[in-house]
Design a protein around this ligand. Structure first.
Ligand SMILES: NC(=O)c1ccc[n+]([C@@H]2O[C@H](COP(=O)([O-])OP(=O)(O)OC[C@H]3O[C@@H](n4cnc5c(N)ncnc54)[C@H](O)[C@@H]3O)[C@@H](O)[C@H]2O)c1
Length: 383
């Protein structure tokens, strides 16, 4: 079967996301499965060009995975005639100028979130991409998590009746780096380097809430830096200047109230690292990364508040698991396949720079709401 080679510049490929999720679990996985069938039956074949700052690391990565194309010269990579897509998984601060260069080079652009550091920059990138007529997309991986796909299925099937509220708990303990190494890069904890949990997670909550439930009308947030100093990759103590926890409340169109706690300073006594409880008039669900459990109004117990007695109900056991009913692939890979088909076949792809800009906007307004101690309405973006 004939192949359609698609040259993809992968920038930031030595990082956590760039390497594991995008190179190995997505693009190389597509090659391992024999390519991605396009509309006419030919196979879309990703040809990664690895880009980064450290030649040694790139050469080693390339060799480890049987790849030959790598460079530390981004402009040279963007100018290659065999390249059609630019992908960015660099630290957020480096993203805007690299994407702009890729748009100027006429490439289609796919990028990790957040699209840019502030709303104005994200809107400007969206306008530039549209003016250039390129295809553009932003990673919205949580939508493709099995747990959230099952939740979406329940919503589409009318399980909940009228949805009242959404309660999200995200987080886990990120070690301080002194007696055990931190499991996240240190730039995440420095405001000057583009860190902070609001900037990191609110873009995710924006698309999850908007696409599963309804557009977000307002935001309120309390943020904190619970751990004031940490130890970096080189063993140096540094001041944590960015927020490491955010307690957000979002009002959605139609009156749904969503509350999401995000924290890198919380210990997990949940089934999964993120869980959303959705309560509706006819039923409730708790969805995590992979699992989803439901309780219908007909099986809802009637507990009575009485602290003098031990718990009377096995509350957890009263929920029913939602079956898979379909295979679930890696969420990053699924979205890559949709973007590749968008580029090659012109198939639809709603997760574009406009969607990415709304994610950046929610983070920016969330931080403003926290700073000013008030609820902020979310205006439509002028895109
Ligand atoms: N979709 C998701 O679930 C998800 C999860 C985590 C991170 N991210 C996003 O992915 C991006 C990368 O995050 P990560 O956790 O992989 O970070 P990381 O620190 O592991 O990787 C960052 C990459 O950027 C490169 N880089 C380029 N210029 C740099 C500079 N001046 N300073 C430091 N590094 C520089 C690094 O070499 C590295 O390859 C971020 O924008 C982050 O918001 C997305």
């Amino acid at each position: 079967m004939s192949r359609i080679p698609i040259g993809i510049v992968l920038n930031g490929v030595t990082g956590r996301m760039g390497y594991r999720q995008h190179l190995v679990r997505s693009l190389l996985a597509i090659r391992e499965q024999g390519g991605l069938p396009s509309r006419d039956g030919s196979l879309i074949w990703p040809e990664p060009v690895l880009v980064g700052r450290n030649a040694g690391k790139l050469a080693q990565l390339a060799q480890q995975h049987g790849l030959t194309e790598w460079t530390t010269d981004l402009d040279a990579a963007l100018a290659r005639p065999d390249v059609q897509i630019y992908f960015d998984a660099q630290v957020t601060q480096q993203r805007e100028k690299a994407i702009r260069a890729a748009i100027d080079a006429g490439l289609h652009v796919y990028t990790e979130k957040p699209l840019a550091e502030d709303t104005d920059a994200a809107v400007a990138l969206c306008r530039a991409a549209r003016a250039a007529g390129i295809k553009h997309g932003v990673v919205q991986d949580k939508l493709f998590l099995p747990g959230l796909r099952k939740l979406k299925r329940l919503i589409d099937g009318g399980f909940f009746g009228r949805i009242l509220s959404v309660r999200g708990e995200f987080g886990y303990w990120v070690f301080e780096g002194d007696w055990q190494a931190a499991q996240r890069p240190s730039w995440n904890y420095r405001a000057a380097d583009g860190g902070g949990i609001v900037v990191d997670m609110f873009p995710h909550w924006q698309y999850v809430l908007e696409q599963l439930f309804a557009p977000i009308r307002s935001v309120q947030a309390t943020i904190a830096t619970h751990i004031p100093s940490r130890v970096d990759e080189a063993g140096q103590t540094y001041e944590a200047t960015a927020d490491d926890a955010a307690y957000g409340t979002f009002e959605l169109e139609g009156g749904i109230v969503a509350q999401i706690n995000s924290s890198w300073a919380v210990r997990v006594r949940r089934d999964e690292l993120v869980e959303f409880q959705v309560d509706g008039t006819h039923g409730s669900a708790v969805a995590g990364l992979r699992e989803c459990h439901i309780q219908h109004r007909g099986t809802t117990p009637k507990p009575v508040w009485n602290p003098d007695l031990p718990v009377t109900e096995p509350f957890r056991a009263q929920w029913q698991a939602v079956p898979d009913n379909e295979p679930f692939d890696n969420g990053f890979k699924v979205q890559w396949e949709l973007f590749l088909r968008h580029v090659v076949d012109g198939a639809g792809f709603p997760w574009d720079f406009a969607a990415g800009a709304r994610g950046v906007q929610l983070a920016e307004l969330g931080l403003q709401a926290a700073r000013e101690g008030r609820r902020i309405e979310i205006p439509a973006l002028d895109l």
